[in-house]
Design a protein around this ligand. Structure first.
Ligand code: URA
Length: 226
């Protein structure tokens, strides 16, 4: 059993594009449930969904707004704001698919693309196996969804593919539940102009099998398998 806890990365030491959720006792309690190996699949689904919802809301906080004036039912004029551009989600399969429902709950009828990246057995590099995007993705802000940022390999490949589709780094918001510091640094140094990385928790590091420590194990297995 390891006693490793969370990262020594202080907020000041984080790359400037990285934002974490407020590290409250409430959030830590949610993470304690999903990290616990004895947690049932039902509870894992319920509590990881709660965190995903918080992450999506935080991601939306980083979208630009424009002034918008409306009239309220009292006849008053209200000078508010409205979202500036169109968005879409892109999930990195398969684990990222688990975050789609959380995005749909918040953004009704949002368009969602998918990317399947796997390790190429010959080169040991991440390789694109499948992708499907909204046809106008280059005009949208993209919320890129993947729950675990470990080495950063898949996320880097996914952003390269999005850039090939014409999506500028400045329009990409990468959302994940747990990040390893080494993956986070690698990802952020590769894409300095990327809009933001929203992560729920930054853990201590990676083990020899590239699992996040303390982490929660294999997110896909815990989410989809009994
Ligand atoms: N993917 C997972 O599901 N878990 C990890 O710890 C790392 C990558």
């Amino acid at each position: 059993m390891t006693t490793a806890q969370t990262s020594q990365l202080t907020p000041a030491a984080l790359p400037p594009s990285v934002f974490t959720l407020p590290q409250t006792a409430q959030l830590e309690a949610l993470y304690t449930i999903i990290r616990d190996k004895t947690t049932s699949r039902g509870d894992f689904l319920f509590y990881s969904d709660r965190i995903i919802r918080l992450l999506v809301e935080e991601g939306l906080n980083h979208l630009p707004v424009v002034p918008k004036t409306i009239e309220t039912p009292t006849g008053s004029v209200y000078e508010g704001v409205g979202f500036e551009g169109k968005i879409c989600g892109v999930s990195i399969l398969r684990a990222g698919e688990a975050m789609e429902a959380g995005l749909r709950e918040v953004c009704r009828s949002v368009r969602i693309g998918k990317i399947l990246i796997q390790r190429d057995e010959e080169t040991a590099q991440p390789k694109l196996f499948y992708c499907k995007f909204p046809e106008d993705i280059a005009q949208r802000y993209v919320l890129l969804l993947d729950p675990m940022l470990a080495t950063g390999g898949s996320a880097i490949k996914a952003v390269e593919i999005l850039k090939e589709q014409g999506v500028p780094e400045e329009r990409i918001i990468f959302i994940n539940l747990i990040a390893a510091p080494e993956g986070l640094r690698r990802f952020c140094s590769k894409f300095p102009a990327l809009r933001v990385v929203i992560t729920g928790w930054i853990d201590k590091g990676l083990n020899e099998k590239a699992f996040i420590i303390p982490g929660l194990g294999d997110f896909g297995e815990r989410r989809y398998c009994e």
